[in-house]
Design a protein. Structure first.
Length: 277
């Protein structure tokens, strides 16, 4: 298989949209050639997050280079699509995807250093932590009428159910919507919010928390540097959420990648197709 073509990934959007598209191309190549790609070129990805030249490869700042200790041999075709963020990913057989996540998407030491710092700073005890994660803002416009994100009341109900099921559990409130964070804190005032590490904005503004960084959404070095720095913090938060006892999620790439890092969707409440799964 030494004559396999170089796999070139050029998709650009949000960070985990880039990851999703990249993973899809890797699995497509695996299915087509019955082997993982020998070379992957991602220099054109993650444009929103580049602090310097757009031609530089920043992926290995966040993820280790493909791990040689993870051997992936062809067994059978794997069903996967870059649009799976819209599906009930609680039903996935994660054992099929985990080798790919471990090989290509193991976070770097820099990410794990941030995780450890946050664990100490917020005194995190994963056995007694639940997550209310709400990906809003532009996700509202992306979702179709039959597959919407839930309203805040739905998350409050889930938070109350979690508190009843696990007495003494503490909640992590994570969102890109300021209104959501404020509303959850009214109902669960003893919760953890990573205020120094997250970005959030009012839900009446256009765009995303990444795209609005800097000069109103246009890319330049300052925007790229700001997005780059925050991407490390958000990946650390993704890892932290993946390690918690119980998670409440809505559809989207970020929620799916929390499950990829978790390597399962156990103890996950997912709002998809206008209902909880």
């Amino acid at each position: 298989m030494s004559d396999l073509p170089i796999l070139r990934c050029k998709h650009n959007s949000g960070f985990y949209s880039c990851c999703m598209y990249n993973l899809w191309q890797i699995i497509q190549s695996y299915n087509k050639h019955k082997s993982i790609p020998k070379q992957i070129d991602v220099r054109e990805q993650f444009r929103w997050y580049k602090p310097g030249e757009l031609s530089e490869n920043i992926s290995y700042d966040f993820f280790e280079k493909p791990r040689e200790d993870i051997i992936i041999e062809y067994k059978e075709e794997i069903d996967f699509d870059h649009e799976y963020q819209w599906t009930n990913f609680k039903e996935f057989n994660y054992s099929k995807f985990t080798p790919f996540i471990r090989k290509y998407y193991t976070p770097t030491k820099k990410v794990y250093d941030i995780v450890r710092d946050m664990e100490k700073k917020y005194n995190l005890d994963y056995e007694n932590l639940g997550v209310l994660f709400y990906r809003g803002n532009d996700k509202r416009k992306e979702t179709k009428p039959f597959n919407q994100i839930p309203n805040y009341r739905e998350h409050i109900k889930k938070g109350l159910q979690m508190k009843e099921k696990y007495p003494g559990i503490k909640l992590i409130i994570q969102s890109d919507e300021s209104e959501y964070i404020n509303e959850m804190l009214k109902n669960f005032p003893d919760s953890i919010v990573f205020r120094d590490e997250i970005r959030h904005m009012n839900n009446n503004r256009a765009g995303t928390v990444d795209k609005i960084a800097g000069n109103g959404g246009t890319w330049d070095n300052d925007v790229g540097k700001s997005n780059y720095d925050h991407a490390f913090k958000f990946m650390a938060i993704m890892i932290i959420m993946s390690k918690c006892k119980h998670l409440v999620l809505n559809i989207g790439n970020c929620s799916l990648w929390v499950c990829f890092f978790r390597e399962n969707a156990d103890n996950v409440d997912l709002y998809v197709m206008n209902k909880w799964e």
